[in-house]
Design a protein around this ligand. Sequence first.
Ligand SMILES: Nc1ncnc2c1ncn2[C@@H]1O[C@H](COP(=O)(O)OP(=O)(O)OP(=O)(O)O)[C@@H](O)[C@H]1O
Length: 914
Amino acid sequence: MAPPTPSPRPGPPPTPQGGSLATPLRTPASKHRLHFPATTPKNAHHGGGVGAATEHPVEVIGRIRNLSSGGASALEIAGGGTAVRVRGDAGGCRDFTLDGVSVSEEEDLEGFYRRFVRSRIEGVRVGAKCTVMVYGPTGSGKSHTMFGCAKQPGIVYRALRDLLEGGGGGEGEGSAGGGEDDAGFGAGLFVQVAVLEIYNEEIYDLLVGSGANAKGNAPKARLEVMGKKAKNATYLSGNEAGKISREVAKVEKRRIVKSTLCNDRSSRSHCMIILDVPSVGGRLMLVDMAGSENIEAAGQTGFEAKMQTAKINQGNTALKRVVESIANGDSHVPFRDSKLTMLLQDSFEDDKSKILMILCASPDPKELHKTVSTLEYGAKAKCIIRAAHAATPRDKISSEESSTMLNSRIVAMNQFIYKLQKENKLREKERNEAQNLLRLKEEELTQVRAKLKLIEGQEKAAKEEEINSKVMEKTQTLRSELTKMEEAMLRQQEELTALKQRLQEVEHEKADARQPVQQDFIGGRLLARLSEMPAGLDQSMSMVMSMELDTGDQPQDVKVIKEDTRQQGHIWNHTGTAGVCTGAVVQEDDVRLSGYPEKFVLSTVFEEGDEEDAERDSGLEEVCKEVVQESFKVDTTQHALAEPDDPATRKHRIENIFRLCGNHREVAKKPKVQSPTKEVFADENRSPAKHLFGEESKSAAKQAYGNENREPLAWGALETPMCDVKVAESPVSSQLSPIVCQVVDEPLSEQLKSCSTVEDSDQNKENSFAGHKEQDGLLEVYIKWESGNLIQGLKLLQNSCLSDLRKLIEAHFEEAGGKEQHQFTFLLLRDPSGAPVSREKEASVQISQLPHWNNQPDSYLACLRAAKKPAVDHMPFSPLDSKLNSVVKDTHLAGVLSPKVNQMSPNYIRELRA
Ligand SMILES: Nc1ncnc2c1ncn2[C@@H]1O[C@H](COP(=O)(O)OP(=O)(O)OP(=O)(O)O)[C@@H](O)[C@H]1O
């Protein structure tokens, strides 16, 4: 039961410093039980002041809310702001002296907080323990004072801000404030916050189930009290005022409220917010008590409502009894009567703990009874004193000094901790940024690696495809070439077989003829030569060699027709021959066998097996035939072949033929053997040629060899007329390639010109010869000795050099039989020094470097100086050379061979392999 409200006793009004001295507000019952401290005005004003021998641990502040309904206020401030005067309906009044009084109409929550609460928070920051509780009837403004409203935050949020931010910050709901007193306390603190609800004498943890992932109506956790504290309570930890304030605001809404007649949102439970500051050992307990109310006044009906109200009042009543017990000095204080007093036990018993009790009262006259009851309760609590031990002056000084030092150390530690926390935050932020950057770099690296791998794969595939395509291409080319080579070899073998058969046929025919010896001599040799040809040689030959022996009514000339010389751009025409021209171009070593008894023509034909070449040769073949026929015509008309050559010349020519056939040695070593050929040659009168051309007439050979009678001076040095030898690509003539040599018999040309008026055929022949010269683009070189004797005229290719010319001249000398003349050197007349050209440099001196002959563009003059050193006795037609070996060993000669030869040459095969 609440003690009866003391009736105001008339007396002098309380002084502004506190009316406790002048007006002892004591209830009769407590008069002898309570020890009213002799408080000084200072102590009374500031509250919490420490007396000389006793301590006043409970400070009571009156908070009068504004009047919601009209009418006069039943309360007024008295005693200089430390007392509340309650005016009754009868005009009487009663004053209650408190530690302070605040009227909400005059002072908002901010002012109230700064004037009465903030100093307590400062103490907590340095390790003090303080309990701030609001007490009053329902609807008096307890929750409003503790939590505030939307416009102004209450004590809870302001205390959080001051604790965590040192009073200098401003964030969230605790950011309101300003002025000089808003100066911060220093660095922020780390706090632990627990929010408990005491409802129906049960303790609930409001933080349980209030997290971000919590559902709206999550059940509250019920806690047990162990000792003086709730067991296993949940704490909010941190130093961010805004974050913790938001959490507390959210939790506060979980309180059980109910609409009553006195309050639309009446708190049905006590709410306790506990803020521990571990770093300094401070503790702040904020207690919003449920309204102490009259059940009938609150309109609570029903058993449950009555029981609920009874429970609320149980806590309030237990607190009153505790206060009275403490105030009366009882040996037993009933802290265990309720959960609220159990949790508040430390607040009353701990010497370092102080209590700030805020009495909320309504100025409504209808609430006068409850207001007086509350003030009496506060007055009783204010009477609580704590016996203090007598302190010596020394202890007092040391205590003050140590307190100051500890406070300064605490502040320093707090600042240091705050600094560390800031640095930690900064480093954590930098670490996060570095991790993000590293992650981005790793992603870029992964992408680049993937691209590189892709590119490498593409390049590798492209290279493999390219290599494969090249290999396939080369393989196909080689296969085709191999096929062609095999076909060519087969053709060669077939033709060789045909030649052998042909020779056998000829041999048979000759066996029936009247000249068996000669037949055996020539045909047998050719057959033997062909038979001796090794198979490998046959296969390696790029040319198809054929020899044709023909008999007929033609003059018995031996015609050596050599292979195509078109590679050298030369077409040779000869007079006085009637041989069969089976090659594309005929080049003859025309040796007249005037003494041969039969009309016998031996022709050696080298023809290419390539059908395409044969087609191209067809035109030239026609020309050749025409020329041969025309020559025969001229000879027939003029009976030109008047006399055979002297025996030595004839022998030499025959030897040439035999060389071609490979039997030179036999002829040379057996001069005494009367060969059929010799017999034939000896009997010149029996020669059909003699019969045809006549002895007096000028023979074609004579024309070709030069007319010494017409120009004796010019040809004085000519020992033996050069035979008309055209050497082209053949096994025998390969030593003279690539030059094309022929005798340029200028007098003969002149003679032919002179004869052109007589015979049209001569004109045709000359035109043909000139035409060939122009078409061939040959160079005419006239040879003379240094003494001035003209030797002979020759024809060479455009790119011929002195070494080529030397070969021709030496061949000429050998033909002439004067070996002493083989030794000579060229004089380079164009050179100012006129020095002779060494043998080594002849290959590098082109014919075009020689001086022109008679200022004609394609005619040149070569001057020879006789040398003493004997020249090498080289037989141009040695048996070794006449092996019919067409394999070109000299690369210099390879370029002038036929395409077929070139294709089959080792160089050409190496190129194919490459
Ligand atoms: N000082 C004040 N200024 C303005 N309004 C106030 C003041 N005090 C209280 N009120 C208003 O009065 C109503 C009741 O206040 P409050 O809930 O704080 O009372 P209470 O004492 O907590 O009641 P209960 O014990 O039933 O919870 C609220 O609407 C509140 O806004």
